[in-house]
Write a protein that binds this ligand. Structure first.
Ligand SMILES: Nc1nc2c(ncn2[C@@H]2O[C@H](COP(=O)(O)OP(=O)(O)O)[C@@H](O)[C@H]2O)c(=O)[nH]1
Ligand SMILES: [Mg+2]
Ligand SMILES: [Zn+2]
Length: 291
């Protein structure tokens, strides 16, 4: 018996990567009855061409179906569509909740005028100061930047994230030139044609395992509690030890280190405003009985 990672799934077959080699397998007969659906990224035990066991998942995405994701490249358009800090923060919070490390990649920086470039540069710097790795370059696909990105993703299971038109497919094509994903208008036309393939693969890009289906766009639901939410903002998590009250939500509490930092311009106002907005959304959400 061997242990490996499913690198590709196609009509009932699973190609498992184990000690640098690919093994073609099928699910064990009783998987269907037990409602076990192996997905790309799953760590599995297998022998003689059959998957015997799917090991516990650290996390799981539905679109694309990938498990055990370590990192997500949040492809963020600097323009077209216009940059939205709110959308970026929603994505970051969702990833933090699932224990997926975000990397922020700004696309379309080449299209910015000088003034907008400076404004967005300051915002990008703000996210770096929080501790996120940020890619913000006049030429988004400069070889040096792509090299640094791949270095960061090495040895990780990775997915692309970002709204439609952000540039996910374009970036993937730069990382894996053989892929030839449709981009822009063409990819929209394909979608309308309901041209769906069931194949999902992890591409080995210099040791980074990157999902070939650029996936999920935004988080509309917040399924964390209001107590959990501030911990999903790294800059608040760091400051919270200095708040007077344990479990401070950084809203109306006195002697709050986060509000203090906000007043002194140490943390970004847009981040704090989004935190308050997400807090209110959770408070007003109908209870989710599925949880
Ligand atoms: N100028 C410029 N155009 C880009 C960049 N990234 C993506 N695009 C264009 O934006 C459009 C949408 O990109 P696409 O990769 O299909 O977005 P997706 O929906 O996130 O996969 C396409 O026409 C791309 O050529 C970039 O960094 N600079
Ligand atoms: Mg695309
Ligand atoms: Zn506080």
């Amino acid at each position: 018996m061997k242990t490996g990672i499913i690198q590709q799934s196609l009509s009932g077959f699973y190609d498992v990567l184990a000690d640098g080699q690919l093994y073609r397998t099928r699910g064990r007969g009783n998987f269907r009855a037990r409602k076990i659906k192996p997905v790309v990224g799953d760590r599995v035990e297998f022998a003689d061409g059959y998957l015997l066991k799917v090991l516990d998942r650290r996390n799981q995405l539905v679109r694309p179906p990938v498990a055990n994701i370590d990192m997500a490249v949040v492809v963020t358009a600097a323009t077209q569509p216009v940059f939205s800090a709110n959308l970026l923060d929603r994505q970051l919070v969702g990833l933090e909740e699932q224990g997926i490390m975000p990397v922020i990649f700004f696309s379309k920086v080449d299209l910015l005028d000088g003034e907008t470039f400076s404004r967005l540069q300051a915002i990008a710097d703000g996210y770096s100061q929080i501790g996120y790795q940020v890619f913000f370059n006049r030429d988004p696909f400069a070889a040096s930047q792509l090299k640094t990105l791949v270095e960061s993703l090495k040895g990780k299971i990775v997915t692309m994230m970002g709204q439609t038109g952000a540039g996910k497919s374009t970036l993937l094509n730069h990382l894996a030139p053989g892929l030839n994903l449709a981009t822009g208008e063409i990819s929209q036309a394909l979608k309308r044609g309901r041209h769906t393939t069931r194949k999902v693969s992890l591409l080995d890009v210099d040791g980074a395992l990157i999902a070939d289906t650029p996936g999920f766009s935004s988080y509309e639901t917040f399924d964390m509690t209001v107590e959990e939410l501030p911990r999903l903002f790294p800059e608040m998590r760091k400051l919270a030890v200095n708040c007077k009250f344990r479990g401070c939500l950084h809203l109306k509490e006195p002697h709050c280190a986060v509000k203090d930092a906000l007043e002194h311009g140490i943390i970004m106002k847009s981040r704090y405003d989004d935190y308050v907005q997400f807090h209110d959304i959770i408070v007003n959400q109908k209870p989710n009985y599925k949880k």
